[in-house]
Design a protein around this ligand. Structure first.
Ligand code: KG4
Ligand code: ZN
Length: 356
């Protein structure tokens, strides 16, 4: 089960050794509930999860042609995420586990994303993973099902957040990523200059909030906010913005590949992306060309498993069960839950302490 942000999801996944069979994956989004507010409203999200979790689970079992007594375990996202949504999922899963006697597993949402490429493509450890979504952006060495080494992450906004906020400034609707990508198709990426922060610094940390500020200045200068919008101006701004995001991610991917080699002793054989921003054609393309040039296999799981879903949570549960450390006996909601507890927390200007 997944309820950490604004998607309520349930799935049934079968694991046969390292092979996976996704028997069902149900996702109910909440776009309509939040669209009037320009972002996810935590209280509304939590209430919607409470309403939808049982429906999603029922549907997932039906679509899998399965029943509760066929399940070996219940895996639920326990963090990181919005506390209300996490509590809704964890309490529902606890009730189900207590009522049925099925073991309960607390899953880290980021582990779900990072392990997705094993579910969809059967990747072997270790591999390099980049998670780029609306709430997260980080490079990880996925060393085993329970061992993740964070090489770097955003010090402020996540790329999806930058897409969403920028689309709002341009009045393009939400989610901002697909809207900006569509507008950028007719645009000239070279007309407007956008910064590429931290690109010449060592290390794999990234920054995206300056892009949004730079876009806001252009919007003001061109009078777009006050109703004077030329379609071509918007298209050119979107194309320039999107190119900057793709360039930052590609440049820092090269840093992450080099750091993987320094730490593990050889280049990664595979580089897997996940998260909603991985749907962006220009982002995917620039990452793929970097990998091609270095002989590294580039893996982008099917979109439905790149964005938030419960199949990845179920799969992370299977991996946890097969590993030496299946997790904490006491399952609690953890809004902040870094995947890699050993690396120093990232605290940029825009973040109130380490989220992940
Ligand atoms: O992984 P996801 O579904 O949810 C979480 O944030 O966890 O990612 C959603 C984010 C949104 O910010 C959305 O604008 C962005 O992914 N996104 C895109 C595209 N499709 C979705 N960003 C850029 N280009 C896209 N085509
Ligand atoms: Zn996510």
């Amino acid at each position: 089960m997944e309820s950490s942000c604004d998607d309520t999801a349930a799935a049934v996944v079968e694991g046969i050794g390292c092979e996976s069979k996704i028997l069902s994956s149900v996702v109910v989004g909440q776009q309509d509930l939040h669209s009037a507010y320009g972002g996810v409203v935590p209280e509304i999200a939590a209430r919607a999860h409470v309403e939808k979790l049982d429906i999603c689970c029922k549907r997932a079992l039906e679509q899998a042609n399965s029943t509760l007594d066929c399940l070996d375990a219940i895996a639920v996202t326990a963090g990181p995420g919005l506390i209300g949504g996490l509590l809704a999922g964890v309490m529902f899963a606890k009730g189900l586990a207590a009522g049925t006697g099925i073991p309960l597993l607390a899953i880290n949402h980021l582990a779900g994303h990072a392990l997705t490429a094993r579910m969809t493509h059967g990747l072997d450890f270790p591999y390099l993973s980049l998670l780029v979504s609306g709430g997260h952006c980080q490079f990880l060495i996925v060393a085993s099902a329970t061992e993740f080494i964070r090489l770097g992450s955003t010090i402020d906004d996540a790329p999806g957040e930058a897409f969403d906020k920028s689309a709002r400034l341009l009045d393009l609707g939400q989610p901002g990523g697909p809207a900006i990508e569509a507008a950028a198709r007719k645009g000239d990426p070279l007309r407007f200059e956008f910064p590429r922060p931290l690109i010449n610094r060592n290390g794999c940390n990234m920054s995206f909030s300056g892009l949004k500020t730079s876009l806001a200045r252009k919007v003001d200068r061109l009078g777009i906010g006050s109703g004077f919008a030329f379609e071509q101006d918007i298209a050119d701004i979107c194309a320039g913005f999107q190119r900057a995001v793709a360039d930052i991610l590609a440049a820092k991917s090269s840093c992450a590949i080099a750091e993987f080699r320094d730490r593990i002793g050889n280049y990664p054989s595979s580089f897997a992306v996940s998260g909603g921003v991985a749907a962006n054609f220009e982002v995917r393309n620039s990452l793929e060309s970097r990998c091609d040039a270095m002989g590294i296999e580039f893996i982008a799981p099917p979109l439905e498993f790149c964005t938030d879903n419960a199949a990845m949570v179920a799969w992370a549960g299977i991996e946890a069960m097969l590993s030496d450390s299946p997790g904490d006996a006491v399952v609690t909601a953890r809004p902040r839950w870094p995947l890699d507890e050993k690396s120093p927390p990232i605290s940029g200007f825009g973040k109130k302490g380490p989220k992940a």
